[in-house]
Design a binder for this molecule. Structure first.
Ligand code: BGC
Length: 385
């Protein structure tokens, strides 16, 4: 049902885009006519993305740019190499260049207050893209996935992989007690990391409380589990340290690792295989979760190495951002489907949240290949073409 719902949203969105593309008017939905077409063509939209080291942000940036251009806007797309000063300078430059709207996926969600103040004073609308921007009144809209549910899905995939629940999270009732796990979190300055963590913790808690799961290192807080900037190397190092400090240097007894992002998952897997575990799940590699359906991880899932990932269809998120941008530039407020969960410390930001799917080896075809996200060849090679 959820997928059908998403398909409907995608179809409606693409019709909306096609309709606006026809007049060339981003704000054409409300203003229409050739005058609007002229205005859209002159209107600059700034798109600030965090990094190109992760595929998802490249896909996001390209899809947002293409959607806005199709709607007739000029686009300034920038990546900031995960460097906060670079991102603030890029946003300053977009404002100076006369951008009428900003779409921002922040590196540090708290670092943009003065840029956004400046934008607001010039009447520039700001859409937070995927990551909520915190501590500022001047965030007009938020488009993202249901980040709490991402965490629930990651923990459920861990429990399922370990034979503790089914794929819907219902306990199988025949799991052994005392199974050792470790947990990783994302970057603490990214608001999403906290939602992923909370969703996962709420899902794992009953099984920790009843003794089915044991976090043997006792590193159970988000601060202990965090991975600054979501870096693969940082996660690999922490996993290596845990293997040495807690698992006799060999991983003895370790059954599962909660990972919030595919890059982190690959760092964890490298560390586990580095002490001789696996190399596949069948051969004893612990269950490792993920997020983003990055091609290198999808191949690992197909090969029975990584257990799962969470698929966030960046095409749909980009389409939502473009729709919201068109609405603002046409003088309307975009439609929100959540007006309570995303308090940024200054206000509750109206949000549009999309649903996610969990990818396992047996649904790579239906979720990722049939939908055109990756080709069968890409999955086989693990390299994006
Ligand atoms: C995104 C995730 C991504 C992570 C690392 C988060 O803000 O929501 O999809 O895995 O950043 O790039």
């Amino acid at each position: 049902m959820r997928r059908i719902g998403m398909a409907i949203i995608a179809i409606v969105t693409s019709f909306a885009l096609a309709a606006c593309g026809g007049t060339g008017a981003g704000g054409g939905a409300t203003t229409g006519g050739s005058g609007a077409s002229q205005a859209a063509g002159d209107t600059l939209v700034g798109v600030a993305m965090p990094t190109q080291t992760s595929e998802r942000w490249i896909a996001d940036g390209n899809a947002v740019k293409a959607g806005l251009e199709k709607a007739g806007y000029k686009v300034d797309l920038q990546y900031a190499n995960d460097d906060i000063p670079t991102q603030t300078q890029q946003i300053d430059a977009m404002i100076t260049a006369g951008a009428k709207l900003l779409i921002i996926a922040a590196i540090d969600g708290t670092a943009l207050t003065s840029q956004l103040q400046n934008a607001a004073s010039k009447g520039i609308k700001v859409i937070a893209y995927d990551r909520l921007i915190r501590d500022s009144e001047n965030v007009d809209f938020y488009v993202s996935f249901d980040n709490y549910k991402v965490g629930v899905a990651q923990a459920t995939a861990l429990l399922y992989g370990m034979g503790i629940t089914d794929r819907d999270g219902k306990a199988t009732g025949n799991a052994a007690k005392g199974q050792d796990i470790e947990m990783f979190a994302g970057s603490l300055d990214d608001n999403n990391a906290h939602f992923f963590w909370n969703g996962a913790q709420d899902t794992l808690k009953p099984f920790i409380d009843d003794g089915t799961l044991v976090v043997k290192s006792k590193q159970t807080t988000i601060e202990q589990a965090a991975t600054l900037r979501w870096l693969q190397e940082t996660a690999q190092k922490r996993m290596e340290d845990l293997l040495t400090s807690t698992y006799g240097g060999k991983g003895t007894g370790l059954k599962g690792v909660l990972s919030p992002y595919d890059g982190i998952s690959r760092g964890i897997i490298t560390a586990l295989q580095g002490v001789g575990m696996g190399p596949t799940i069948k051969e004893g590699l612990p269950i490792v979760t993920g997020q983003d359906a990055e091609i290198a991880s999808v191949k690992l899932i197909a090969d029975g190495v990584q257990s799962s990932t969470i698929f966030k269809d960046t095409r749909k998120l980009a389409a939502e951002a473009v729709t919201a941008a068109q609405d603002f530039l046409g003088g309307k407020s975009p439609e929100a489907n959540n007006t309570k969960d995303y308090d940024n410390g200054k206000k509750v930001v109206p949000s549009y949240l999309l649903e996610v799917d969990t990818v396992y080896a047996d649904n790579i075809q239906s979720l990722l290949i049939d939908s055109g996200y990756w080709t069968a060849d890409e999955v086989k090679s693990g390299v994006a073409k």
